[in-house]
Ligand binder design. Structure first.
Ligand code: FES
Ligand code: FES
Length: 149
């Protein structure tokens, strides 16, 4: 058993301390917006925020996260009001299949918090998430739109 704080809510998860955070979020808490892609911290589909930093949750153990603030894609909007990132994603039709996009958006949330006006080079450095549909150009456009919103 472990107690985690996810999207401002304290939740108990019945997993061993060595369980990857991704599975606690998906299987125990039922927040399935966080996706499983590679399982080896390479693709970014499972990205969440831990104390505001982008973390690939398949590579983080539950025992390492206790006492920290976890934010998933479900917790990004406030009272149903989308963030400027989410709105830019809609305005610029970023997703194709959509599978990678929640992780992409969480990585962008961390980037814009630290760097509100990123250059293309900053984006390329920070957003290393993989999109098999190749939405990288739309992602970049939407990041700039969100930065200027
Ligand atoms: S599933 Fe975690 S980085 Fe790919
Ligand atoms: S939108 Fe399909 S994998 Fe990125």
């Amino acid at each position: 058993m472990a107690r985690l704080t996810i999207n401002g809510r304290s939740v108990e998860v019945n997993v061993s301390p060595n369980t990857p955070l991704l599975w606690a979020i998906r299987e125990q808490v039922g927040l399935t917006g966080t996706k499983y892609g590679c399982g080896i911290a390479q693709c970014g589909a499972c990205t969440v925020l831990i104390d505001g930093a982008a973390v690939r949750s398949c590579g983080a153990l539950v025992s390492e996260i206790i006492g920290k603030q976890i934010t998933t894609i479900e917790g990004l909007a406030t009272n149903g009001v989308l963030t400027k990132i989410q709105q830019a994603w809609i305005d610029h039709d970023v997703p194709q299949c959509g599978y990678c996009q929640s992780g992409m958006i969480m990585a962008v949330a961390a980037l814009l918090k630290d760097n509100p006006q990123p250059s293309d080079a900053d984006i390329d450095d920070a957003i290393t998430n993989i999109c098999r549909c190749g939405t990288f150009q739309q992602v970049r456009t939407a990041i700039h739109a969100a930065a200027n919103a």
